[in-house]
Design a protein around this ligand. Structure first.
Ligand code: BDP
Length: 603
């Protein structure tokens, strides 16, 4: 029951959700002693106060705390009311990064691997109703070659563990999303899904609901004004919507779907959600939403903000959407992991298209994958003994992501990887299985894709045929022939594009990354690398090439905003490829994108 709590928490006459966010206790456990010493029963020693949700790293002032790698603990006390004895009781964490064990009153109630999807714990038997309850959470933020994302751990001479990601963003960790105490009826709606068919100006909503216990399902659909549009009965069926309002790109219309579980005429449970009627299709080399071709314009993003790290924050999300709307974007990729669910809710409301990405990043043995990409260096990643475990985790997280996000109209595609080594037979076999699994899981059969770096070249890549549309991350004019050599870079870019063209794949191509590090403080005329003028030029030059190839059907600049990354000689307190600064103010290039994205030739 509620295996992944695919259903976002809601409160109504049958269900209750209570936020447990607030000030918890926190303690590092560098010797990994906590489990053996039963801190979950005895309390966590040397605890300091810690906000939940938060990413601990940027809250501390000592290097060894910010860069901490290893085990750490959270603890809190919560009260469970006793007026809902007939309900099952759950704890739901939006995520715990990267792995967790949750204890309620000293009892292990859940273990979870993967830092970007919900952790749901059934505490019905462990909770004490009408009393205070002790909650303890063991967390570990280490990375290895079978975790998603991938990385390794180096033990420094001092004995301190240093997590070494194989990817280019800071390894923020902890309880970074909200925590809820849920009370759900014993006989409950546990999942639902919808698919759509457009019939002229009308539409069919095909639904399927899953429930526990006896009873039958009643479904009602309400319009924006709250009027009942149509209703139906049975666990699966079809709702005919006359003169349907479609969920359109940047012009969203959301209906409310209400599912009720009825037993002998009595409602036992209810779940409501906001859905949008829209179809997604890849056809004739284009991406079609509701039968209209759409060109993707926007960004690869990160969940990242000063002090907050990767903590979800509604105000940051709101500002991001306002900035994206201001410069005419219609799409973003959740690079490089599934984001907090609230991002998708906002995208549903705003009519944004989302490429939802699983945390399969760093599948190339390199501490600076951005620099290694394109070098031709081969790391035998998919030939390592860690691959079976990695694949198991990958499949599970693809499943959890699709289960969680399948009903969001904003989600138009799932991305199953970012920049793995795609050139070996091992990779081909690995990804064939991952894609096959994903194809079976999505009721809407949305397009599947993955973002490929430069080594995944037309003559070398063994995986591109798995992708319904091809996503390329390319840095011609930055990592490849930057600065005074940019013209040569453009020739190389055009050459690669011609090679793809010759393959006559008849699928859309989307640039999921292209960008140049740019310091908000630097100006120079004429531009040089790292100045705002160079970022403008870089964008304009890249667009000239993209525009020559009609099969290019989208451009997501890297990155929406500057973001924190690991320290290193190629990063100046973070990755500066943002079109906006980290505090969300536009760099010059934002105006280049605005002019382009607002012009009609890309619609
Ligand atoms: C690509 C990665 C991305 C990096 C980017 C960069 O997909 O995570 O941040 O390059 O170098 O390799 O900026």
């Amino acid at each position: 029951m509620l295996k992944y709590s695919e259903l976002y928490p809601c409160s109504n006459a049958y269900r209750s959700k209570v936020s447990l966010d607030g000030l918890w206790k926190f303690s590092f456990d560098p010797d990994s002693a906590g489990k053996e010493e039963e801190w979950f029963k005895k309390g966590i020693p040397n605890a300091c106060p810690m906000p939940v949700p938060s990413a601990f790293a940027d809250l501390f002032t000592k290097e060894e705390e910010r860069d901490y790698g290893g085990d750490f603990w959270y603890a809190t006390e919560f009260y469970c009311p006793d007026d809902m004895q007939d309900r099952n009781c759950f704890l739901r964490f939006g995520s715990i990064t990267h792995r967790a064990a949750v204890y309620c009153n000293g009892q292990l109630v859940a273990e979870h691997e993967g830092g970007f999807l919900p952790v749901v714990c059934d505490i019905t038997d462990a909770v004490r109703r009408g009393e205070a309850n002790q909650l303890a959470v063991w967390v570990n933020n280490e990375l290895n070659e079978s975790s998603l994302p991938c990385g390794s751990v180096k033990v420094l001479a001092s004995g301190r563990k240093l997590v070494k990601p194989y990817f280019d963003f800071f390894n923020y960790a902890g309880i970074q999303r909200s925590v809820y105490l849920l009370q759900i009826p014993k006989h409950a709606i546990t999942d639902y899904s919808v698919t759509y068919e457009l019939k002229g100006e009308n539409a069919n909503i095909n639904y399927q609901a899953v429930h526990s216990g006896e009873g039958s399902i009643r479904v009602s659909l309400y319009d924006r004004e709250g009027s009942l549009v149509v209703s139906g009965e049975g666990s699966q069926g079809s709702l005919f919507v006359e003169k349907a309002h479609l969920w359109k790109v940047r012009n969203a219309y959301l209906y409310t779907i209400k599912l009720e579980l009825v037993q002998d005429g009595r409602v036992m449970d209810e779940y409501t959600d906001r859905i949008g009627i829209r179809t997604v299709e890849i056809k004739d080399g284009k991406i079609w939403i509701n039968g209209e071709a759409v060109y993707l314009k926007g960004y690869g993003k990160h969940e990242d903000f000063d002090v907050l790290g990767r903590t979800f924050n509604w105000s940051v999300a709101k500002r991001d959407f306002e900035c994206m709307k201001w410069n005419g974007a219609n799409c973003f990729r959740t690079s490089h992991y599934p984001y907090a669910e609230e991002w998708y809710q906002m995208a549903d409301e705003e009519g944004f298209l989302v490429i939802d990405e699983v945390a399969a990043v760093g599948m190339m043995r390199s501490f600076a994958n951005f620099a290694a990409a394109g070098t031709g260096k081969y790391t035998y990643f998919f030939e390592a003994p860690t691959v079976p475990e990695l694949k198991k985790n990958h499949m599970l997280q693809v499943e959890e992501m699709i289960m969680r996000d399948k009903n969001h109209p904003s989600v138009i595609a799932f991305s199953l990887f970012n920049e793995p080594e795609t050139t070996s037979d091992g990779a081909a076999e690995y990804f064939r299985d991952i894609f096959e699994t994903a194809r079976k899981l999505d009721p809407q059969h949305r397009p599947l894709t993955g973002a490929m770096e430069k080594n995944s070249a037309p003559d070398k890549c063994k995986c591109y045929h798995l992708l319904d549309f091809i996503c390329l991350n390319r840095y011609y004019g930055w990592y490849i022939s930057g600065g005074p050599e940019i013209e040569e870079a453009m020739e190389l870019f055009a050459e690669e594009m011609k090679a793809w063209e010759e393959k006559k794949l008849n699928v859309p191509f989307v640039f999921t990354e292209f960008g140049a590090d740019t310091l908000g403080s630097e100006h120079k005329l004429p531009g040089v690398m790292w100045t705002q003028e160079y970022q403008e030029k870089y964008m304009e030059k890249n667009f000239e090439i993209m525009d020559q190839f009609p099969f290019v059907q989208g451009e997501l600049a890297w990155n929406f905003a500057d973001f924190q990354a690991q320290e290193g000689i190629m990063r100046v307190n973070g990755n500066k490829k943002g079109i906006f600064t980290r505090n969300r103010q536009p760099k010059n290039a934002a105006y280049v994108l605005k002019r382009r994205w607002e012009s009609s030739h890309l619609c």
